[in-house]
Write a protein that binds this ligand. Structure first.
Ligand SMILES: [Zn+2]
Length: 175
């Protein structure tokens, strides 16, 4: 068992191609169920519905983590934080984000900007948007944007059966 004091480390390739910029896209969707607790961007937005998920099912952070991993060509969130691992049961996805972002910093890349789109019929995201941005900027720096829309009542998202998020990141080399 790893020492709890020790920061989590990703198993990443020993070398990263020295590109001046790296762009990454992430997408995540979770089904919703009645009751439970829905966390988005590290902020609790509903205690009426919750995600069907192994971790806290935060689609915003999962999409951002996948975008960061994609930018570095480090695979995806399931590779590094598999849902078969009991450590991640009910885990706060913020742990995934800080772990990945710390690892990116070790390879001398910084975030230039992050753009997130949330697709949700319920709950309305507007009242929580600023708090989500603050939670993400506390970790990633201040160039974070969050947008939200419904799916115009179309498909599972529009029926309120699921929630999804897209994220795009741009990283710049510090070297
Ligand atoms: Zn997810």
């Amino acid at each position: 068992m790893a020492d709890a004091e020790e920061p989590l480390r990703l198993r990443v390739p020993p070398k990263v191609a020295p590109l001046p910029f790296r762009i990454g896209h992430g997408y995540d969707l979770h089904r919703l169920k009645k009751d439970g607790r829905l966390t988005l961007g590290g902020v609790v937005v509903s205690e009426e519905v919750g995600p069907v998920a192994h971790s806290d099912g935060d689609v915003v952070i999962h999409a951002v983590v996948d975008a960061l991993l994609g930018a570095m060509a480090w695979g995806d969130i399931g590779l590094h934080f598999p849902d078969s691992d009991a450590r991640w049961k009910g885990a706060s996805s913020t742990v995934f984000l800080t772990t990945v972002f710390n690892e990116i910093a070790r390879f001398d890349y910084q975030l230039l900007n992050l753009d997130v789109t949330i697709l949700a019929e319920f709950p309305r995201i507007g009242p929580f948007r600023e708090r989500m941005v603050r939670h993400l900027t506390d970790i990633l720096g201040d160039q974070v944007n969050i947008k939200a829309g419904t799916n115009e009542r179309c498909d599972a998202i529009g029926r309120g059966e699921a929630i999804a998020a897209h994220a795009v990141v741009l990283l710049e080399a510090d070297f």
